[in-house]
Design a protein around this ligand. Structure first.
Ligand code: 16G
Length: 240
């Protein structure tokens, strides 16, 4: 299967071989591929060479590693439009995934001056500080750290925030969500987030910070979302 006399490096030949197995469906989406040890034995090459090929396929998004569990065939990356003011729950349902949340933190506190300022709050006003892991079909996709002024949803509790924040605001509180400003940057995942997202260190993540407003002009959330870069692709339509 591998041609040791070929000018094509062995690790590239292994990449091609693994790619073909993925495209032919022999290795199936979301299933484990054989371990580095198994592949190196089957192919008669060193584990280092196999690891090199697998790392390249992980970097190109065809495979992903899960800590302590092995290497899996990736779903095609999720294409997330950046044009609309949508919620995680809506985005996942639209793509046929079942959204769920794992609540990591839920506290009521007086925020830092910067956060209070951004949310146009008085220094003595409280916020809910919420950290959620956002899953699609039980797989972690993003971590969201959200600040919501207590005045917006005074009776917010742990169970409510396990559902959609946006539908709570719109359907239960009958407020209209109007617009948001957001910024995006690339980063390496922190140690804490690598555990929450179940990815290895180092891995790339995409961070979006969003501040969203009600139709009354009042800001209702300040959110820092950390997305797995191996699972997301952000798209926009632009016109000249
Ligand atoms: C999205 C929003 C986030 C919002 C959340 C609400 C981005 C960058 N962020 O993840 O600001 O808080 O949806 O989702 O899109 P929910 O209604 O499902 O709780």
């Amino acid at each position: 299967m591998l041609d040791k006399n070929s000018p094509v490096p062995i690790y590239v030949q292994i990449e091609e071989l693994l790619k073909n197995k993925i495209f032919d469906g022999e290795f199936k989406i979301a299933e484990n591929i054989p371990s580095e040890r198994e592949l190196s034995e089957q192919l008669g090459v060193s584990r280092m060479t196999v690891r090199h090929s697998i790392t390249n396929l992980v970097n190109s998004g065809l495979l992903y590693r899960e800590k302590g569990r092995g290497t899996y065939v990736a779903n095609p990356k999720l294409e997330q439009p950046l044009n609309g003011l949508t919620s995680f729950t809506e985005d996942m349902r639209l793509r046929g995934y079942e959204p769920s949340n794992k609540l990591i933190r839920f506290e009521k506190l007086i925020p830092s001056i910067d956060i209070a300022k951004a949310l146009q709050m008085k220094p003595e006003d409280e916020v809910f500080s919420v950290v959620r892991i956002r899953n699609a079909d039980q797989k972690p996709m993003a971590i969201e750290r959200t600040y919501i002024p207590v005045d917006i949803i005074p009776d917010l509790d742990k169970n409510m925030i396990l559902g959609s924040l946006y539908s709570l605001i719109e359907e239960r509180h009958h407020q209209k969500i109007d617009h948001a400003s957001q910024q995006m940057e690339a980063a390496l995942v922190t140690k804490e987030d690598s555990k929450l997202l179940n990815i290895e260190q180092p891995s790339a993540v995409l961070i979006i910070e969003r501040k969203s407003f009600l139709s009354t002009g009042v800001p209702f959330e300040l959110v820092r979302s950390t997305y797995r870069a191996d699972r997301y692709k952000f798209i926009t339509e632009i016109q000249r």
